[in-house]
Write a protein that binds this ligand. Sequence first.
Ligand code: SF4
Length: 358
Amino acid sequence: MIKIEYLCDNYMTDQKDIRLLSKEQLVTLFTEWGEAAFRAKQVYEWIWAKKASTFDEMTNLSKSLRDKLKENFVFRKITLDAEQFSNDGTIKSRFRLFDGGLIEAVLIPVPKDNRFTVCVSSQVGCSLACAFCATGKMKRVRNLDPGEIYDQVIAVNHQAMAHFGHPITNIVYMGMGEPLLNYRHVLESINKLCGPDGLNMSARRFTISTAGIAKMIRKLADDESKCNLALSLHAADDEKRNKIMPINEQNNLDELMDALEYYYKKTRNRISYEYIAFSGYNDSLEDAKKLSKLCKRFPVRINIIEYNPIDGFDMVKSSEDTIDRFAQLLRAQDIMVTVRRSRGKDIDAACGQLANKE
Ligand code: SF4
């Protein structure tokens, strides 16, 4: 028996997910089984183009071949577990994984701009424990495999079509988990979604959002990523950032700025800073000045985000006036700033709130 090297090595149990095999690996396997190569291509087409969920759907294969596939493989697609609809059109979906794990994805529609963004999860739980984030209160359970990330996008794309008659236009890796700590699977999911097996989307429509892992930002640059990069910044000095984002202790702002400059110079992709405004903590004019200094070395846009309260963290959101003054100071220095009023708050789908509450 030849050894099949899986695209993903999360769980090499006796039941192997057929979707972890590349087309070439399927052809190799079928050759080993004495089957024609075109059969492997048919199976591949069933899995990706026709989105099959069972081997019985593969009606152009003989029963004996379907039975052989069933003996050796399973499908580990995610299934929709619950949907919540916000008054502002946002839809939060909870998906169940083959091992019982739960993850969430959010559709954020802006019909007037023809923008339909999906925010996807990359891990079950998260190890980085950012103080303001509901996911950070959960332990990291495991990385998602590429198919589990892919499935979220395809499912939310169906939702967008069903509810708004429009496909998704943007994909942000900003849900549960730190995408750069599931690097290979995140990139594989992007490759798949960008190609004919996915949605034929440009990689420029993807944004990877990171809490800041300098080494992996550099790796992303070396791997010639075409994706936009968002840094969850939230504080413009190390002392404040350490308090709300423990990852900053090993990846301080100097290291992060060096890595981001490297990313920009190598890829010319768009970089943005996400900045949640906490009243009395990071929203003074002094903070704005510090933040503006972090915008000098490469072009960057800042998204100021309203804080969405979670249990166990007692800061409160900044007032609208304070945020406006903060944004004005930055704009006065020619820094591009967007103020984001949160979406989906009523269903705990806003930034930092994803945590499988039930
Ligand atoms: S903000 Fe992101 S990196 Fe931080 S704990 Fe939450 S999911 Fe993890």
